[in-house]
Ligand binder design. Structure first.
Ligand code: CO
Length: 153
């Protein structure tokens, strides 16, 4: 792993979970990370070693791990992104579980311009609750039958 490369999706997932675990419990062990990410413990240990080599965290066997400044910066960015998507998805009034799963699925793939656009959309609806109520009521009306985009575009 190149130190100056952009963090990959799995790097981001790891740093996001580790950051959460440290905040919740004060520490992050391989076993907790494995459980949170549903990945085997040996794979977690290998990845944690890679992240340590890339300067994202400090890792001492049997003593747990901590994020470096670089690791915290990445984790902070991911959190901000996650929160923006949460604000946006909240507008859509989706089941909590679906919302969280979908956010985790797309949060690493969105470009900054899309993300800031979604944030502005959330700003708009948060500032105009009446319009949001109109949207919510509109969604309860029967949907138009044309689900697919018009043919021959
Ligand atoms: Co996330």
């Amino acid at each position: 792993m190149k130190t100056d490369a952009l963090p990959s999706t799995s790097t981001e997932d790891y740093l996001e979970r580790i950051h959460e675990l440290i905040e919740e419990k004060g520490y992050a062990r391989a076993v907790d990370i494995a459980e949170a990410l549903k990945i085997s413990q040996p794979s977690v240990t290998a990845m944690v070693q890679k992240l340590a080599d890339a300067g994202y965290l400090n890792y001492q066997k049997y003593r747990g791990l901590t994020l470096t400044q670089k690791g915290r910066a990445v984790a902070g960015n991911i959190r901000a992104r996650h929160q923006t998507l949460e604000r946006f998805f909240t507008l859509l009034d989706l089941p909590l579980e679906t919302r969280e799963r979908d956010i985790e699925g797309i949060e690493h793939c969105l470009s900054p311009v899309t993300l800031s656009s979604l944030a502005r959309l959330a700003d708009f609806f948060e500032a105009n609750p009446r319009i949001l109520r109109e949207l919510t009521a509109f969604k309860k009306r029967p949907a138009s039958r044309r689900v697919n985009p018009p043919a021959g575009r």
